[in-house]
Design a protein around this ligand. Sequence first.
Ligand code: GDP
Ligand code: MN
Length: 398
Amino acid sequence: MNLHEYQGKEILNSFGVRIQRGIVANTPEEAVEAAKKLTEETGTGWHVIKAQVHAGGRGKGGGVKLAKNLDEVKSIADDILGMMLVTPQTSAEGKLVNQVLIAEDVYYPGDSEPDEFYMSVLLNRATGRNMIMYSTEGGMDIETVAEETPHLIFTEEVDPATGLLPFQARKIAFNLGLSGAAFKEMTKFVTALYTAYVKSDSSLFEINPVLKTSDDKIMAVDAKVTLDDNALYRHKDYAEMRDLREENPIEVEANAAGLNYVDLDGNVGCMVNGAGLAMGTMDLIKQAGGEPANFLDVGGTADAQRVETAFGIILKDPNVKAILVNIFGGIVRCDRVAQGIVDAYKNMGDKINVPIIARLQGTNAKEAKELIDNSGMEIISATEFQEAADKVQEVLSA
Ligand code: GDP
Ligand code: MN
């Protein structure tokens, strides 16, 4: 589950990671109130107004702006709220901005150059250990840094038995070129950050930039936090941070119906039981020259009700030109699933406006094929995997 910047910062702050202070606002009036409150607390008159959407690169898209007085806070918040923010990480139409974060300006205008670093914490799947990735080149695209100056990206792996050790925190501060008070601050920052990552059961922290102010404070100016969904039961308060407005509406509906569905860009809808078979099906569709429109694991109980729900969800995607049903009947008998498909087809009538290719294999596969072939429905049956993929190709090119 992805969080907004302001939510990620709340979590960081709760573990003692220094952040740029801020208050979230839903309206320009709330933005002004937030700025007033921040001025009382921090003394600064300058504020930064930041669009809260689940996408990075907001600065480049005009979603991060500085205001030097309350009038500007109001007019900038008014501009950003409700805009469709387009960034290098959004689609061409962009993302609707529902909230803005009003934060103290921590770049102290007029002061000497502040330093921006990059830091992330994530799992290295090759070694099975968490690692901290960091770079002196903060504030810019880390992908560009990785491509053009890979020697400026460092990694530090952490032994899960010991956690991050003090010498490792010092090494990181050293590699970032820090000394004196800033060096000490960075060791504290990275230690707190790593603790926050582990205790919050996150799967990604990306802090870009980490700022060193001219008075040697180290703080998180941005925060991308991804929580591990499988651990959310341990963090009821984090689970409440979910913002469904940011998620794909078809995926939200599918998940609510208990279907394991991921929206993709292609034109062949897939309905499969079992995640492994679903992945295999997507591969075969690609090999046959098509592109999967989704990943969908309907799970073990593929009865008429569930099949109908799944068809309904697949058909919400306007790109779908054919549906491939690929079911392996192990515990669930193929003829039961076939009956489910036929019943669902009958119930849905002309809502099904694309060809369906059904391949059922396993227990009672023969009965299943007969059931489909004799149903009078326009369902193309197949028994072999490749045969099914070829039939998909045939209907697509017809
Ligand atoms: P992103 O573009 O989505 O990654 O959003 P960031 O939170 O990283 O902000 C983009 C850029 O805005 C940062 O790299 C900073 O250079 C700048 N920025 C963020 N906060 C402040 C601030 O308080 N003052 C100033 N002057 N610039 C800021
Ligand atoms: Mn950033």
